[in-house]
Design a protein around this ligand. Structure first.
Ligand SMILES: Nc1ncnc2c1ncn2[C@@H]1O[C@H](COP(=O)(O)OS(=O)(=O)O)[C@@H](OP(=O)(O)O)[C@H]1O
Length: 345
């Protein structure tokens, strides 16, 4: 079966009729995958699945309430054709995706848009969300209209479940990893922000129990990290492994590394004239959270401000109990045993 439309179409310009036709074909294709998804195993063995159900697919868990993603992954696996020049940003949810999107977009488009000048600044990151600058592959809007600039896309798909062409085309992948305790803390806050309809908030100990059993969207968190980490050792020129904590601690070094890896190294002049610092500032939590603070847009599923909370390292100590911290540290030590992955916080 071939994809009903040309799937790879950078910044496609299509007519309204073509768009309508594309959507109709896409929803019938997705419907076929929905039938497959309904036969996947779920975490029904657990009390919490009443309000936090997860499908199990190719060794990872996917939130059943956001069930579109599993169909989308199946569709992408069967039909997505990556190009060798594409750049894929990858992360487990709540690991700093928004930040990575902003940085990669700003680096790749630094000669195109103005951040500061006497005239009106034109940089998209001064007015719109990083999520609108870099599309999320397994989303409905991307599948319906796969347009993007510079071949830059983001995915949460685990390495072993990526569409095969992403590996075989030899394109580059940047993975951002974060301390699991902060990932859980961020995810739990996010879950409850989603419930601004007054429904019962998710309790932290419930979120903790599921997370530590590997049940987070695209989890287990640890297996997600291990997949990309090992790939970065096997294919260092094609897979770059970054850490949120390193970006916080030494942003210039990490941003320079990122720019070099994606083929947009800073020139000596740029390093000298403060260009790296300007990008870091533009993509910093302070600036982006300000730009995206009035995020309630009716046309969007999620508001822009939902991706910004504190943006710091180690906030988990303010929420997790000592017992939770010890359990997560133990899992992390066991899972990452023999791997050079560690976190300060
Ligand atoms: N620019 C910048 N710098 C540093 N940190 C940032 C930035 N933007 C977002 N954040 C923080 O990242 C957390 C959200 O994670 P993600 O962006 O991965 O979320 S998502 O997966 O796209 O839904 C979430 O972390 P917590 O504050 O710990 O909840 C955000 O605040």
């Amino acid at each position: 079966m071939s994809w009903p439309i040309a799937f790879y179409s950078p910044v496609a310009t299509i007519t309204k009729d073509e768009e309508k036709e594309r959507k109709a074909k896409m929803s019938s294709l997705i419907q076929r995958y929905k039938d497959k998804v309904s036969s996947l195993p779920m975490n029904v063995d657990h009390d919490l699945c009443k309000y936090m159900g997860f499908w199990h697919f190719h060794g990872f868990w996917y939130h059943s309430k956001a069930d579109f993603s599993v169909e989308a992954i199946m569709a992408l696996q069967d039909h997505f054709e990556a190009q060798p020049t594409d750049i894929f940003l990858a992360s487990h949810p709540k690991s700093g995706t928004t930040w990575l999107k902003a940085l990669a977009f700003a680096i790749m488009n630094r000669n195109k848009f103005k951040t500061h000048s006497g005239s009106r600044p034109t940089h998209p990151l001064l007015t719109i969300s990083p999520h609108d600058c870099v599309p999320f592959m397994e989303s409905e809007s991307f599948l319906n209209n796969p347009s993007f600039v510079n071949g830059l896309m983001h995915t949460h798909i685990p390495y072993t479940s990526l569409p095969k062409s992403i590996i075989s085309s030899d394109c580059r992948i940047v993975y951002l990893c974060r301390n699991p305790k902060d990932v859980l803390t961020s995810y739990w806050h996010f879950l409850n922000k989603l419930k601004d309809d007054g429904s019962t908030p998710t309790r932290l100990d419930d979120a903790f129990e599921l997370f530590s059993r590997g049940m987070s969207p695209y989890g287990s968190f640890w297996d997600h990290v291990i997949g990309y980490y090992k790939a970065s050792l096997e294919r260092p020129h094609k897979v770059l492994f970054l850490k949120y904590e390193d970006l916080k601690k030494n942003p210039e070094k990490e941003v320079t590394k990122l720019a070099m890896f994606i083929g947009n190294s800073f020139t000596e002049e740029e390093e000298f004239d403060g260009s790296v610092k300007k990008i870091i500032e533009l993509c910093g939590f302070e600036n982006l959270s300000k730009v995206n603070k009035d995020g309630k847009q009716t046309s969007k599923v999620l508001s822009d401000d939902i991706y910004f909370r504190k943006g710091i390292v180690g906030d988990s100590v303010n929420y997790l109990t000592n017992e939770m911290i010890q359990t997560l540290d133990k899992i992390t030590n066991e899972k990452f045993d023999g791997l050079n992955i560690s976190f300060e916080a």
